[in-house]
Design a protein around this ligand. Sequence first.
Ligand SMILES: Nc1ncnc2c1ncn2[C@@H]1O[C@H](COP(=O)(O)OP(=O)(O)OP(=O)(O)O)[C@@H](O)[C@H]1O
Ligand SMILES: [Mg+2]
Length: 623
Amino acid sequence: MFKNLSTSTKLIILCGMFILSIGVTTYSLVAEHRIAIDFARKELIGNRYLAVLRNVYAAILSDRPIDTITASPAASSEGALNALAAEQASVEGELQTKELADSLIASLRELWARRAQHGPTDTLVLDALNKARKLATRVGDDSNLTLDPDLDTYYLQNIVAGKVPTLLGQLGEAHVLFHERPQAGGSNEQNLRFVLDGLLRSTTDSVAEDLSSAYRGNPDGRLKRAVESSFGTMTTSARAYLGALNAIRVDNEARGLIVGIDTASLDALYGKAVGNALWAWGGAQIELDRLLRQRIDHLLAKLRRSLLLTGALAALSIVVAVMTHRRIVGPLERLEAIARTVRETKNYTLRAESDSHDEIGHLAVVFNDMLSELAAARDREITEQAELARADRLMTIGAMTASIAHEINQPLAAIVTNSNAGLRWLSNASPDLDEARAALKRIAKDGHRASEVIGSIRAMFKKESQHKGLHDVNDIVQEALSLVQGELKKQKVSVRTELGPSLPPVLADRVQVQQVVLNLMNNAIDAMAPVTDRARILKVRSAAHNGSGIALTVEDSGVGIDPKDAERIFDAFYTTKSNGTGLGLAICRSIIEAHGGRLSAAPAMPHGSVFEVVLPSGAAGEA
Ligand SMILES: Nc1ncnc2c1ncn2[C@@H]1O[C@H](COP(=O)(O)OP(=O)(O)OP(=O)(O)O)[C@@H](O)[C@H]1O
Ligand SMILES: [Mg+2]
């Protein structure tokens, strides 16, 4: 089916397929980038949520040494609470944090209320810190932050969503433990402080490890420049606070008393540790935000570049397709149109135009050459045809003249004979006018017959058939016999006829068939002329042939035909007679064949020859 489509349709299909494949490629390109961009955008949402949580942490931890917390200017309790509620509402449907956020909000409300009443808040602070940390972890999980694919942002988010909230929680717990009961000296208390101390150290250590991994993944070093000092300060102040706590513990162990406690400076160290942690946290979040946005910008720029490239390629392909159409399909269509016109009009002077040097240009040149050759061949053909027609006409005229000369010989001879007879009757002493009149009548009849013969020969050469009619072969035979009567008598030839009764008529030109019979009889008379030692007998037979035709035979007891000349006798101008033309049998055969019959010769037994004419009957001939 495809092979029968026009070249232009094939080209359109090809272009369509190409555009479709470009469309599919573009779609998958956009979809792929879209996924990456959406992924990073969700991370941004998580980071924004964590910024709100940072203020919540500041509000929770700012109950005592508020004035020392440097990094939380917006840490008003109500403000933080409202911001959290608003943020939670804005991420509804995107992050699965509602339950944890609601629970945290409830705890915070309770904490704020207790603070307002100046009641004990330790348990509530620890509870709120615990819930805030869980919420931070969930935000990290749900916003794809924990699945971040880049080295720098992955380790940075690890700090932002996990490590710093943990550190702040641990600081809060330590402070609660010590500040509320600094003088408690039980071994459990000691163990707990010991554990907390270990945890805090491990957290700051792991923050430092994450940071160095993040720096490795950030080749331009901007991240390091932005956060290194704030995290350094955070670690230093956290360690300073831990150091102070440990000193208290050591004193406690050594003396069994709590000595040298300077609550104010401990609070100040705590405030610094918390404040610097919040400050570092904020800085890390700003960097995370910047890196994520940078990634999105890169992705968008890459997508734009790819789309631009694809668009340019598609435009280029369309230009190439249009050029292909103009340079291939157009010329091919024009070539086809010219070929069709040439076929219809036989106008070989038309030429295909092409200025290209490609295969189509070569095709046009070959096509034009072919047309030139065809034009030359056509000219030659026309000239040859004219020459042939002339030669044909000349041959026809020659053959016709020869045939007329041959066929009117007999009537002319009869006219001469009758003229002489008529003159004899008139030249008698008492002229016999009746006989002379009869001779003149015969002359007129022979003249008439000569004219008929000429007419039938002309008809034969013109291949006319209007003279044909239904005739009885026996009548034609009788007529011919009467015409050769004089010659038969002169040559002492006796005639025997066996004419079949009630034969079907033949559809024939009577004069032509009569000429055939006459020619055969004359040849038979000629062949018997040299015979002196036996009777000269002419046998004429007619009979039905194979049920659908008539067979007529003319047999003589003459000299017979030399077997080597058996076929040549039918050639024009073949004769063995000094005064013969050699046309008689050739004319006979062409007449009989024009009537759908055949003429053949065979030796007769014991002497002479027999010629057989087979003609289809009228019914068979018309069928
Ligand atoms: N009945 C016959 N017996 C023997 N030979 C014959 C007979 N009829 C024809 N031929 C041979 O065939 C030759 C050709 O005959 P055809 O009638 O064509 O020409 P033609 O008789 O020689 O000349 P034309 O017909 O002008 O008198 C004759 O010359 C003769 O040799
Ligand atoms: Mg003859």
